[in-house]
Every structure is written in C-alpha cells, then in structure tokens.
Ligand binder design. Sequence first.
Ligand SMILES: Cc1ncc(COP(=O)(O)O)c(C=O)c1O
Length: 410
Amino acid sequence: MRTIIEPFRIKSVEPLRHTTPAARQGYLEAAGYNLFLIEARHILIDLLTDSGTSAMSTEQWAAVMRGDESYAGSESFFRLKKVADALTGFRHMVPTHQGRAAERILFTVMCKPGHVVPSNTHFDTTRVIAAEGAAKIPLVMLTVTNNSGGGQPVSMANIEAVKAVCAPHGIPLYLDACRFAENAWFIRQREPGYADWTPKQIAQKMFRLADGCTFSAKKDAFANIGGLLCTNDDRVFLEQTNLLILTEGFPTYGGLAGRDLDAIAVGLEEVLDADYLHYRIESTGYLGRHIADHGVPIVEPPGGHAIYIDAARMLPHIPAAQFPGQALAVELYRHAGIRSVEIGSLMFGEAARHELLRLAIPRRVYTQSHIDYVVEAILEVNQHKQSIRGMEIVEAPPFLRHFSARMRQL
Ligand SMILES: Cc1ncc(COP(=O)(O)O)c(C=O)c1O
C-alpha cells in the first residue's frame, strides 16, 4: 500500500479551538508579534517545537501509574537504567530534568575557560583539533540529528570518522542524542549496509562509538519532561553526580518524578519501532514535499523532526534586518492559526547564517488531515507573499531576545 497511515489509533482526544483572523490579529498585537507570548489556547496547530510535546502511549500512561516515588533507589530508576544500559552500553547513567541540565553538568565538569568543544561536521572537527591543539579540547560533541542543520542526520561513517580523529588524541566523543532514533532510521534508509539492521541495532552501534551522551527525553523518548547524562568515564561520573545532587537531585531521580522515569523507559523502547519511525520520517517528508513541489523553498532534503522554510528566498523583498522568518511566522499564524518559530536574525542576531522558519512536528500528535491543513495554509500564504511586511523590534532583553522581544510590523 502506498498510503502511510498513523501506526496508532486514538483513545483520548484534546479539542482544538478555532479562532478568527480578526481575533488572531488582536492576540498578535497584544503579544508584540511574538508567538512565544501567545496563549496556547489561541493556537490551532502548534508547530513551535517537537520538544516535550509528544503524545504518550497507553503503555507509557500505564507505566506512569507504576512510578515509584521513593527518594532514593526507586524501582522506576532501575527500570529506566535497564533500558538505557541495553540501548547505549555506557557504564554510567543519571537522569536530569531535561537535556540542557545534562549539558550544563557535563560542560561544567569537563570544560575550563579557554577550552573549545567542536561540534558536527567532522572535517571542521579535524581542522579545529589541528589548529587548537588537543589539549584545549576536552570533548567533541555530535548532535544527532542536527537540529540547527535542518534536522539532517549524521551518517554512521561520519560518526566513525569523528571517532577516528578523536581517539588517537584521547579526546572523548559525546553524542547529543535527542533524536537518536530518527537518526538511526535515516542511516537505515540511506547508508549502504544498514538496510537489514533494526533501528535498535543501528542506535546501539551509534552509542557504542561514543564515550557518553546527553539526551533530552522530550524528543525521541516521547516524554513530556526529562533527560539523561551518560558517560564511560568513572572520574567524570563521580564529579557529575556530586553536581547533580546539588542542582538536580539525588542520582536515582535527577529532578524528575519516578513516574517520569518510567515514561521515559517505555518511550525509549517504543521509539525504535520500525512502523513508527517509517511513519514519522515519511509524514515529515510529506509536508516538506507538498510545499516544496508548489514552489515554497525549504531546506532539502526534509529533516526528521521539522521542515525549515527558507524565508529569505521566499520573501526576497524583506531584508534580514527586517526579520523575514518572523514576518512569515506572524503571517502563518494570522492566516491559519499555525504557530511556528523563526530561526534567523531574530534568534541569532548578526550571527545568523540563514533566515528560516521551522515547522517542528510533535510526535504522534497531529493526523494527516492536520498536516494537509498546514500544507494548504502555507500555499495560500505563498500566494499572497508579496503583501507580507517586515518587522522591527520595539523592545528586547539583552540575550535570548526571541523569547520575549516585542515587535511591530513595518
Ligand atoms: C539538539 C538539541 N539539544 C539539546 C536540546 C535541549 O533539550 P531540553 O529542551 O530538554 O533542555 C534541544 C532542545 O530542543 C535540542 O534540540
């Protein structure tokens, strides 16, 4: 059969609320044209992020009921550890309240002022090691899939090549493994030699090439909160654990409830289901293909968790200084109630390399007809794109301005 169906049926539903374009114009004005400042109940389809927005399965909800809320040594922790150990093979694992907590602890323990942490694109990595000298590089980090690189995967050959560069210098390789399962599926589809492997076998190989990982369970573990920090290094683990106790909590709960640990444990296994991954990657691609084939420029090929519209190419009449990505985000919301996020000059200021609009797809949340609605809305916006106006910032904090800046339309 050619039709890709959602590999689940729906047991519990949440209503979506329609609003009128006039009402949305009012919400935009009240929010200073910042979609982060609009109340979620005024959004029809929310493609702001794929993080923490997944629908949990019946098995995950059942696991939530089994959560053991003991402060120390809870059964939930050991259930999670068993699943994580079998998947990653790392010697040590601690939970954290989300991915960035794992990153903060890892970098606090491993990095000193003046250190450099090379990340994705191994030729660059090679160059940095050569230029900076291995002494300044406490670790190398590979993000799978690459969120800032359009949701594109990292090949197994690439992971192996990075490892081959790091190992002789004794530099540990860590994965930012948020979307490890989507990455594994891309490897299976695209890289010679993996077509007969299960997603789990591929993921296991990816993890075993690394010395540790940070992981946001809010992505490929279908959890609404949570993270993991794993390492093979006994000394690093000891220091991490001390810091974890100070800032997150005892190492068997790491800032999470026991029920969260159980939800993650189940999610880590569910995400490696081939039917799920097939549907996931195909449905993201479906959105990308349907808008790209009708002339909307996107980052090609479509990524795993999101489609990135190239707003600079779509709206050439709006210069970067007038935030074409944000102008498009605003128009898509006003036109159809769809929330997306700018990844460009508003987010990165002068360091922005592209003017993109990201449409991130929450896992197992929206159906084919929702995605068809998104396609229709984007194509309608594309038809009147000449009328879209640029934006100007009225008020902004000194950093991370995209979260709270207030703007107006020019
Ligand atoms: C690649 C990547 N790493 C790390 C994080 C941080 O994870 P968390 O939101 O759980 O802190 C994100 C979140 O979006 C991400 O996309």
